[in-house]
Design a protein around this ligand. Structure first.
Ligand SMILES: C[S@@+](CC[C@H](N)C(=O)[O-])C[C@H]1O[C@@H](n2cnc3c(N)ncnc32)[C@H](O)[C@@H]1O
Length: 280
């Protein structure tokens, strides 16, 4: 059922502006003007289910109870979790052909951060690349840790489970890789322990403190900064630079760039796209 009051209130510009401000403050997402329809389609059921009659009432509740289940559900509803396996290909080719051979020769261990991990395809794709590299270069492999974080616990709990249906696998996972890295599980496919064991999934807001994260050799921060303001992009890129090891790498989304947001990185043109390396 469409809550008529909710619909009316979402069209109220003052309430819409307050909601946008709240969302930007808690998770960085900037909705922009005239996205009332998006707010309506994503929140109407939640508001109806929780007997919230207007957007004004919702914002008042969220401000009063920022740790509430409803607040988490609103953030979940407003984030876009679109992802796929080996998305854009070039980051994974770069990892397999340049980064791993280079790091194996110079480092004792590797730490990678998948900073907006969604349902886990990015982190699992990275781990699969490691397994395949290890198979091709027996004895050349060092310990690898992948920290996969997201603001949404809902997507993370699916990611931790590591079980995917065929339709999800069809978005970038080859049948050869399914055979090698998955096992059948309740009409789905579950990643093998050998792939899962490298990954630690954690809830983490990119606007929060990075102090407890430690340092990384490679950071995948892909297809999330596009939702943020210029100021937030600059701030996050500066903090990402702060948690990279010397000459560490940053890999962003295929349509994203650091241009105008950070001068802390050298730009490397690789087959299929750009990657960024922390300046000396
Ligand atoms: C479009 S997905 C990108 C997934 C993956 N990186 C990729 O490129 O396929 C964006 C993810 O960013 C997460 N996200 C949005 N705002 C965030 C924030 N402030 N902190 C951490 N994660 C956030 C969302 O929950 C969502 O799962």
């Amino acid at each position: 059922m469409i809550g008529k009051n909710s619909l009316d209130s979402i069209s109220d510009n003052g309430a819409y502006d307050d909601f946008c401000h709240f969302l930007t403050t808690v998770c960085g997402i900037v909705l922009g003007e005239n996205k009332q329809y998006l707010v309506h389609s994503r929140l109407n059921k939640l508001m109806t289910d929780n007997d919230i009659a207007s957007l004004t009432e919702l914002v008042a509740y969220l401000k009063k109870y920022p740790d509430s289940k409803l607040c988490i559900a609103v953030i979940d509803a407003m984030t876009t979790n679109e992802t796929s396996w080996f998305r854009d290909e070039y980051p994974y080719t770069f990892l397999a052909e340049k980064l791993l051979p280079e790091m194996c020769a110079t480092r004792k261990d590797i730490r990678i951060w998948s900073a907006a991990a969604s349902t886990g395809q990015e982190a699992y794709s990275i781990s699969i690349i490691f397994s395949e590299f290890q198979k091709r270069h027996v004895g050349m492999m060092m310990p690898v840790k992948i920290i996969a974080t997201d603001i949404s616990n809902t997507v993370l709990s699916g990611a931790k489970e590591g079980a995917f249906d065929q339709m999800t696998l069809d978005r970038g996972m080859s049948s050869e890789r399914i055979k090698n890295h998955f096992e059948p599980y309740e009409n789905m496919w579950k990643l093998k322990h050998s792939i899962k064991q490298r990954i630690e999934f954690r809830e983490f807001n990119l606007l929060g403190s990075y102090a407890a994260l430690g340092k990384f050799d490679v950071i995948f921060c892909r297809n999330v900064l596009i939702y943020f303001s210029t100021e937030t992009k600059k701030d996050i890129l500066s903090r990402i630079a702060g948690v990279l090891n010397p000459r560490g790498y940053l890999i962003m989304g295929g349509s994203e760039s650091i241009a105008n947001y950070s001068d802390r990185f050298d730009v490397l043109r690789v087959k299929g796209g750009l990657v960024y390396q922390l300046k000396e």
